[in-house]
Design a binder for this molecule. Structure first.
Ligand code: GAR
Length: 214
């Protein structure tokens, strides 16, 4: 049976599109069973049929916990094997993390633990980093703090601004995320006490994957 993926996305959805394309091409044995967004105008939603879309405005809920509870119920209703944060820009509360413990993956545009949070590309430039990149990690209750599974690195080039650097990182995000999702879909990736196991072996350092950067 193809792995059931619940995708959380707040924006453009290029990572979601890469997932859909890989499924279509037969290189990812998975099925997108729902796309969940905190932003009704997120372009990501347009990439799947209406029946797969769930979106609510957080402001219409009493508080963060109420929004998270509604989101968690909607995710649970599609019985996912994996919850995949693909450009989801809200912090997941402790309860939702607990409910899907060890089954939530996130892609973050930095070489974690460097540059958690927002504006990672500008912060890499401001820090004078020679290298930047992206990380896929398990989600825990700490912002961008879960165990890192795999990373891809790109060079920071003279003359880069945040946009050129973001584009170079995005080009490696897609194959990086797909690599990890292929492991997950094949049942080769698990978490034990929040730490990644691949083929049953504890991963002590993140996989370092090389892709041609744009
Ligand atoms: C990606 O760069 C992803 O790494 C980042 O948002 C972008 C979404 O692009 N995620 C975060 O910053 C999460 N903290 P996309 O909507 O085109 O996939």
């Amino acid at each position: 049976m193809p792995a059931r993926l619940a995708i959380l996305a707040s924006g453009r959805g290029s990572n979601l599109q890469a997932i859909l394309d890989a499924i279509h091409a037969g290189t990812l044995d998975a099925q997108v069973v729902g796309v969940f967004s905190d932003r009704p105008d997120a372009h990501a939603l347009q990439r799947v049929p209406e029946a797969l879309r769930w979106t609510r405005r957080p402001k219409t809920f009493a508080d963060r916990a109420a929004f998270d509870a509604a989101l968690a119920d909607a995710i649970a209703a599609v019985a996912p094997d994996w919850v995949v944060c693909a450009g989801y820009m809200r912090i997941l509360g402790a309860e939702i993390v607990q409910r899907f413990a060890d089954r939530i993956l996130n892609i973050h545009p930095s070489l974690l633990p460097r540059h958690k949070g927002l504006h990672t590309h500008q912060r890499a430039l401001d820090a004078g980093d020679a290298e930047h990149g992206a990380s896929v990690h398990f989600v825990n209750a700490e912002l961008d703090g879960g165990a890192v599974i795999a990373q891809a690195t790109v060079p920071v080039l003279p003359g880069d601004d945040a946009d050129t650097l973001a584009a170079r990182v995005l080009a490696v995000e897609h194959p990086l995320f797909l690599h990890v999702l292929q492991l997950a879909a094949a049942g080769r990736l698990r978490a034990c006490d929040g730490l990644p196991l691949i083929d049953g072996q504890r991963l002590f350092t993140p996989l370092s994957l090389q892709f041609p950067a744009s």
